[in-house]
Design a protein around this ligand. Sequence first.
Ligand code: IYR
Length: 238
Amino acid sequence: MSENENKYTSSIPLDNDYVELPIPHRWELSDEEMIRRSEEFYEMMKTRHTVREYSPRAVPREVIENCIKAAGLAPSGANHQPWHFAVIEDPAHKQKIREAAEEEEKTFYAGRASDEWLNALEPIGTNESKPHLTVAPWLIVIFAQRTSTDRNGRKFKNYYVNESVGIATGFLITALHHAGLSTLTHTPNPMKFLNELCDRPASEKPEMILVVGHPAENATVPAHAKWKKPLKEIMTVF
Ligand code: IYR
């Protein structure tokens, strides 16, 4: 690391030149192959469920790293890649996160959330108890960077941060599912405590905790979660 770099420095190129490259990879698929692949992908994605009960079975760090590398390929505003993934395997660290999250969630479920919100959560069956935060082998805390700092110590603005981080998170969940893992998108409310526990600057906004691992033997999913809107409801063709 150079003098001005620290663990929060963006490695963004400092020149602003527009340079063109030939398209680095091109798929050459027939319509039939595209239809088959899209069907296969849909079938694969249909087997994804948000899981709340985890097995303590370990998961190699390499799998997590590969999936985060895939998430890092997501498109982003001005290609600023305004995300950071804090990954936690250490049991004592997970315990601290669980205690802080449960503390916030206790107040949330005891009335900080509106009745309408708590009603909407009824069919999902969630509550303030979050054992998965210590049982699952990995937690990935996703941070959104509203601003970044370059190698010269110059602060710059990021664009479409929510959209960019949302897309990267989708890539990550898909990559983890494709690798054979289950996830839970957990959003303790509020979650500012995660900055301190993950050693991230105040300019970063914790977006969610992704709980990652294998489902417990007796894991269940809420029946409500298996209801998905039909295509005709989510798509209009012009
Ligand atoms: N943060 C709480 C509440 C919660 C909110 C929504 I919206 C959900 O889809 C699920 C839970 C929790 O994580 O339990």
